[in-house]
Design a binder for this molecule. Structure first.
Ligand SMILES: NC(=O)c1ccc[n+]([C@@H]2O[C@H](COP(=O)([O-])OP(=O)(O)OC[C@H]3O[C@@H](n4cnc5c(N)ncnc54)[C@H](O)[C@@H]3O)[C@@H](O)[C@H]2O)c1
Ligand SMILES: [Zn+2]
Length: 704
C-alpha cells in the first residue's frame, strides 16, 4: 500500500479517474494490471502513460476510501504495478520513485523528508529522469557478467543476451572491481530510428516509441536483427559482499566514481547531474532541464531529486515501492494516444504535395494538438497508418507534433486505408511521384491555377463560366499567368480554345467585364492575401475605401483596422508589396479600386495596441511555424541550398514564423548549417532548439 498521508495521496495529485463503485474499482485494477504487464513486457500498452497514471490514482483514491475492499492484485504500492515477475533475485531491491508535479509539492516533500531526518538536508543531487528501463549490470573482477531487469523489484529477468548491444556498458571496467551498476537502458533518437527501420523491414510494424523499442529489444532473444541501445548509470553498490567503499559516498561522488570505471553517466550530456543546496537551486535546474528536453538525444520524463549524502539516504530508508530520500518531479506527457481522423493534402507554392494528419484534439506538453506532419506518402506507407487508427502522437517544446506509430492492437476493423490523391489536390493536374516528395507537375503554375480559381470565385470576382478546367486550359496555353490577365483576353484568344463556342465566349467576356465594377472588398479578397478572408477584406476595404490608401499604409496604419495585430499587419504590408505588379495590372485594366460608401481615413491612425494577437482568417490551418521566432545561420543545404538569406526569411514567414537575425532568449529555433559560428554557440548555451537545414526543410516542405 502507498504510505498513508493525510487527506489521501490522490488529493495531492492531479486528475484521478473517478471510480464509482466496487465493480468499477475491480475493472480498473484489471485494466491497470494488464496495461502494466504489456508496458513492461514489450512496451506496447493500450493506455498512454497519462491515462494509466490517472487510472492508478483513481484506484489509490478508491482504496483510501474503502480500505476493506482492496484487492490483493492491486497495482498500488508495488514496483511495476505488480505486473512483472523475475527469477533473478536482486541484492538490494530495485525500487520505483514517488512523484511530485509542482514546485509546491516538491517543497512539501522536501520538508517531510527533513522532518523525518530531524535536520535539514545539506545538499541535493538533481538529475534527469531517463525514460527507459532500469537494469542492474553485474561486474565481477571488472568484467560484465550479467544484466538483470528490475522485474517486481525483488527479482528481475536475466537479459544478459543483450550484453554487447548496449553502449555505455563496457565489457570491462577500467579497474578489476566487483560491483553492481544500476541505471537506465534506452534508445537515443538515432538508435530508435535505426531500430525502427530494421523492425519495419523484418516485421512490418514500427515500435510505438523509443521506450517501448528499448523494452522490446532488451528482452528479445530471438531476433534476426540487432538493435543498439544506450545505458546511463545512476547508481552503484557492492556485490558479493565485496567492499568497494561506495556505501559511504554521496550520490554525486558515486556518479563520478561510476564514470571513472568507464560506465556512461549523464555527465557528458547537457542535462548532467548537479548538486544543489537550496530548493531555489533545485527549481532552477528543473526548469533548465525541462527547457532542454525537446532537443535531447534521449527521452526524459522528469527530474530526479535525491538527498545527496549517504548518511541522509541511510537514515531515510525505503517504503515498499520507493526510496524516501528521492523523488521524481514529473514533466508533462509529450506522448499520448489519440485518433487519426483523416489526412489532408496541402500543395505548396512550388507544387510540393504534403500530407497532414488530422487528429482528434489532444493536450500535449502544454498545448492542444490537432494535426501532425506526415512528411510524404512513403512515410505513411512505411508506418502502415490507416484512417481511424489510434496513434501515438509526440510533441515536446516547439517541436512540430508528429505521429510515432499506429497502436495496431487497438484496431477495431473499422479503419480505412489512407487514400493518396490521384491528381493534384489543388489543380487536378498530374502528380510527379518519382521522388518521395510528391509534386504537382505544374510546379509554380499549379499555384497560378489555384489563385486564379480563387479570384474568380463567387465571393470574389464572380466570373461565371470560368471553371477550373477552363483556367487550366488558359494557363497551359500561356494566355494567362494571373487573374489580371483575364481582363486583357481577346475574343479570338478565347475562341481559339478547345470547345469554346461563340455564345459561351461572349458570356464569359461579359462576366469579365462585369467583374471590373466589383467593389474594392471583392477585388482585395481576390488577391488572396494570406490569412485574409472575406470578412477581413471587407473590414480593410471599409477602413481604407481605396486601393491607393491601402497601399500607402504602413504597418502601423494597417494595424488600425479592427482585428489586425502587428504580425498580421507586417505580413499584409509585405504581401501587398509582392502583389504590386498584379495590382498595377488590374488598375491598368480598369478594374474598380474603390469601396462604395466608404471614405478614406484622413487623420493619422490611432496608436496600435501592442501585442494584439494576429487574427487568422477562419478556416486557415495553423502553419508549422506559428508563434515561432526563427534564426538562420551558416550555409544552407539540401532543398534550401539555393535560397538566399532573404528568401529563407520569406520562407519562414510564409510558414507562419517570424524571422530574426540574432539569437536571444525569445528565439524558438535556430536553423544552423555548415560553418555556423557564434549564433550556434549562443543557441546551445541558451538551450534553444537547433535544426539542420535538411531537418528544417522537411518541416516547411510545402512552403519552399
Ligand atoms: N502506459 C501504461 O500502460 C503504463 C503501465 C505501467 C506504467 N506506466 C508508466 O510507468 C511509470 C511508472 O513506472 P515505474 O514504476 O518504472 O516508475 P517511474 O518510471 O515513474 O520511476 C522509477 C524509475 O525511474 C527510473 N529512473 C530514471 N532516471 C533515474 C535516475 N536518475 N535515478 C533513479 N531512477 C531513475 C528508474 O528506472 C526507476 O525504476 C508511470 O509514470 C506510468 O506512466 C505506464
Ligand atoms: Zn497542381
Amino acid at each position: 500500500m502507498t504510505e498513508a498521508q493525510p487527506g489521501g495521496v490522490a488529493e495531492l495529485l492531479p486528475h484521478a479517474t473517478p471510480l464509482a463503485d466496487q465493480a468499477a474499482y475491480t475493472e480498473a485494477v484489471r485494466t491497470a494490471v494488464a496495461a502494466a504487464a504489456a508496458y513492461y513486457a514489450d512496451g506496447d500498452s493500450v493506455l498512454d502513460d497519462d491515462t494509466y497514471d490517472r487510472l492508478v490514482r483513481g484506484i489509490e483514491a478508491y482504496e483510501a476510501a474503502h480500505p476493506e475492499q482492496v484487492l490483493a492484485e492491486s497495482p498500488t504500492g508495488k514496483v511495476a504495478g505488480g505486473a512483472v515477475v523475475g527469477d533473478v533475485p536482486h541484492t538490494v531491491p530495485m525500487l520505483s520513485l514517488d512523484n511530485v508535479f509542482s514546485a509546491e509539492d516538491l517543497a512539501t516533500w522536501a520538508a517531510g523528508l527533513e522532518r523525518r531526518l530531524g535536520r535539514p538536508v545539506e545538499r541535493w543531487s538533481v538529475e534527469p529522469k531517463l525514460d527507459g528501463l532500469a537494469v542492474s549490470a553485474r561486474y565481477r573482477g571488472g568484467r560484465l557478467v550479467q544484466l538483470v531487469t528490475r522485474g517486481d523489484g525483488v527479482a528481475g529477468e536475466d537479459v544478459s543476451h543483450a550484453i554487447g548491444t548496449v553502449l555505455g556498458l563496457p565489457a570491462t571496467l577500467t579497474e578489476p572491481v566487483t560491483v553492481e551498476i544500476r541505471g537506465e537502458v534506452l534508445m537515443t533518437t538515432a538508435q530508435f530510428e535505426t531500430a525502427n527501420e530494421a523492425r519495419v523491414a523484418h516485421d512490418g510494424v514500427p515500435f510505438a516509441n523509443a521506450r517501448s523499442a528499448a523494452a522490446g529489444t532488451l528482452r528479445a532473444r530471438e531476433r534476426t536483427y540487432k538493435c543498439e541501445m544506450t545505458f546511463f548509470g545512476y547508481g552503484a553498490l557492492s556485490l558479493d559482499g565485496e567492499s568497494t567503499g561506495m556505501r559511504e559516498l554521496a550520490h554525486s561522488e558515486l556518479m563520478t566514481r561510476v564514470a571513472e570505471l568507464g560506465v556512461r553517466t549523464t555527465e557528458e550530456t547537457p542535462v548532467a547531474g548537479i548538486v544543489a543546496a537550496t530548493l531555489e537551486e533545485i527549481q532552477a535546474r528543473i526548469e533548465r532541464i525541462a527547457a532542454l528536453r525537446a532537443e535531447l538525444e534521449f527521452g526524459i520524463d522528469g527530474i530526479v531529486i535525491k538527498s545527496d549524502l549517504a548518511a541522509d539516504q541511510e537514515q531515510a530508508g525505503f517504503s515498499s515501492r520507493a526510496p524516501r530520500w528521492a523523488i521524481a518531479y514529473k514533466l508533462p506527457a509529450t506522448e499520448k494516444i489519440t485518433k487519426l481522423v483523416g489526412v489532408v493534402w496541402n500543395v505548396g507554392r512550388t507544387g510540393v504535395i504534403a500530407p497532414r494528419a488530422v487528429l482528434e484534439p489532444v493536450r500535449l506538453d502544454g498545448s492542444l494538438v490537432v494535426s501532425a506532419t506526415l512528411h510524404n506518402p512513403a512515410d505513411i506507407t512505411r508506418r502502415g497508418l490507416m484512417v481511424g487508427d489510434s496513434v501515438t502522437v509526440y510533441k515536446a517544446g516547439d517541436v512540430i507534433p508528429r505521429i510515432e506509430a499506429p497502436v495496431v492492437h487497438l484496431r477495431t476493423g473499422a479503419e480505412r486505408p489512407i487514400e493518396f490523391p490521384a491528381g493534384c489536390p489543388r489543380c487536378g493536374g498530374e502528380i510527379d511521384v518519382s521522388q518521395e516528395r510528391w509534386r504537382c507537375v505544374r510546379g509554380r503554375a499549379c499555384h497560378a491555377v489555384a489563385s486564379i480559381s480563387y479570384a474568380v470565385g463567387r465571393e470574389q470576382l464572380d466570373i461565371e463560366g470560368l471553371g477550373e478546367t477552363r483556367i487550366v486550359q488558359m494557363v497551359d496555353a500561356g494566355l494567362i499567368a494571373d487573374f489580371a490577365d483575364l481582363f486583357t483576353l481577346t475574343r479570338e484568344q478565347i475562341l481559339g480554345l478547345d470547345r469554346m463556342a461563340e455564345t459561351s465566349t461572349d458570356n464569359l467576356l461579359a462576366a469579365i467585364e462585369r467583374a471590373k465594377t466589383k467593389p474594392l472588398n471583392k477585388v482585395f479578397c481576390a488577391l488572396g492575401v494570406r490569412g485574409t478572408g472575406r470578412s477581413m477584406s471587407r473590414r480593410i476595404a471599409r477602413h481604407f475605401a481605396t486601393m491607393d490608401a491601402i497601399r500607402s499604409a504602413d504597418v502601423a496604419g494597417v494595424q488600425a483596422v479592427d482585428g489586425i495585430g502587428p504580425e498580421k499587419a507586417t505580413l499584409l504590408v509585405e504581401e501587398l508589396a509582392e502583389l504590386a505588379p498584379l495590382i498595377d495590372k488590374l488598375i491598368a485594366a480598369g478594374v474598380s479600386m474603390t469601396e462604395p460608401g466608404a471614405t478614406p481615413p484622413t487623420e493619422t491612425p490611432a496608436e496600435p495596441t501592442p501585442g494584439t494577437p494576429a487574427e487568422t482568417a477562419p478556416g486557415t490551418p495553423e502553419l508549422p511555424l506559428t508563434g515561432m521566432s526563427v534564426v538562420v545561420t551558416g550555409a544552407m543545404a539540401g532543398p534550401l541550398e539555393a535560397l538566399s538569406r532573404n528568401e529563407m526569411n520569406e520562407l519562414i514567414e510564409r510558414a507562419g514564423g517570424k524571422s530574426s537575425s540574432s539569437v536571444s532568449a525569445k528565439t524558438s529555433l535556430l536553423v544552423a548549417g555548415e560553418k555556423a559560428g557564434s549564433k550556434k554557440a549562443k543557441a546551445e548555451q541558451l538551450g534553444i532548439q537547433i535544426m539542420t537545414p535538411e531537418q528544417f526543410a522537411t518541416l516547411v516542405t510545402t512552403f519552399i
